[in-house]
Design a protein around this ligand. Structure first.
Ligand SMILES: *Cc1c(COP(=O)(O)O)cnc(C)c1O
Length: 361
């Protein structure tokens, strides 16, 4: 780490690797001899088209995206996909199944209700979204146009550790907070989408991986910019794409490749998370919010028995060079977001701090 950088545990936007930032910095005023910054380039220029194509290829390789799927570089965040998914997909039968395992899944479900009939296939609200439902507990409808779930619940700190079996109903997954943190079999999905600002790039880019046969059945009211088919036909350039963020994703893809791709990243992420959970499980003051077996490898949520002690922990953590450890306002307590770019060293240092706090209080 450059010694003026903090360990930033923000849930998003979050850390980017120092090497990636330094490379972007070196290229910021004159990209590859073009005499201009990527920020200043026409998205129709040859130079930018090459950045776009290379980034597409690198991302497809890292995600192992099969034939028959398009990767779209969009804007609007994960939140725009909450509306875009039903507008494009629900027309088939007028119905969809949703697993509501946290705040973001709930928002997606509410948005989808505007466009069709929604069946709650599972809700984990009974235990404050501290767990992931088992396959056998999913109440699936045979005539759903799609089944929707959020693979990592960023706020609550839970994560699906299996891919739901839906008997042919297309799977739609919000992977905003765990994309490329572990290998994913894309062929099992209809749509995967993710805002890039947690694991991959600066805020402003949203990636959607779309099985091509699912596009082209949108509701007639669907805005052109929210129409998957339109964006597929125009290769994400119906309008100006988020050029700078696409370039940054390309740099991040190079970095991920150096970590061993999705499989290499998964090993590192599991080791980081297990280190942190072990320390918390063995501490006398702290409890982990998520139930065992449902715990997230990306967002670790924990607390002490008192809000005052939580506040003391957060205040002291800032003095130690850690930032953004305060939990989401809807949950309280603490949350350590340890995405791809959080170095192992940052988690080790946090573990030492937790142990020290635990013995001193
Ligand atoms: C952050 C997040 C969102 C919202 O993303 P925006 O880019 O702010 O719209 C949606 N889903 C999940 C799982 C998230 O973590």
């Amino acid at each position: 780490m450059a010694n003026d950088r903090v360990f930033n545990f923000s849930a998003g936007p979050s850390m980017l690797p120092l090497e990636v930032l330094q490379r972007a910095g070196a290229e910021i005023t004159n990209y590859n001899g073009s005499g201009m910054s990527v920020m200043e380039m026409s998205h129709r220029s040859k130079v930018f088209q090459k950045i776009f194509d290379d980034t597409q290829a690198k991302f497809r390789k890292l995600m192992n995206v099969p034939e028959g799927y398009k990767v779209l570089f969009l804007q609007g965040g994960g939140t725009m996909q909450f509306g875009m998914v039903p507008m494009n997909l629900i027309g088939k039968t007028g119905k969809a199944d949703y697993a509501v395992t946290g705040n973001f899944a709930n928002l997606a479900m509410k948005e989808a209700k505007k466009y069709g009939e929604i069946n709650i296939a599972a809700s984990t609200e009974d235990r404050k979204h501290t767990y992931i439902p088992a396959q056998g507990d999913l109440k699936l409808s045979a005539d759903a146009s799609y089944f929707y779930y959020c693979s990592n619940n960023t706020i609550e700190g839970t994560q699906w550790q299996y891919v739901p079996e839906t008997n042919g109903v297309p799977l739609v997954s919000d992977m905003s907070s765990d994309i490329l943190s572990r290998p994913v079999d894309v062929s099992k999905y209809g749509i995967i989408f993710a805002g890039a600002q947690k694991n991959l790039a600066p805020a402003g880019l949203t990636i959607a991986i779309v099985r091509e046969d699912l596009a082209g059945h949108e509701l007639p009211i669907t805005p052109a910019i929210m129409n998957y088919k339109n964006m597929i036909d125009k290769d994400s350039m119906y309008n100006t794409p988020p050029c700078w963020c696409i370039y940054m994703l390309g740099l991040m893809c190079d970095w991920l490749e150096q970590q061993g791709g999705a499989a290499g990243m998964e090993k590192i992420n599991i080791a980081k998370a297990n280190m942190l959970y072990d320390v918390l499980d063995n501490a006398k003051l702290f409890t982990v919010a998520a139930e065992k077996g449902s715990r997230s490898f990306m967002n670790v949520t924990f607390r002490t028995a008192s809000a005052d002690l939580d506040a003391k922990f957060v205040a002291e953590s800032v003095e130690q060079g850690f930032t953004n450890l305060k939990g989401h306002r809807s949950v309280g307590g603490m949350r350590a977001s340890i995405y791809n770019a959080m170095p192992t060293e940052g988690v080790e240092k946090l573990c030492d701090f937790i142990k020290k706090f635990d013995s001193e209080n």
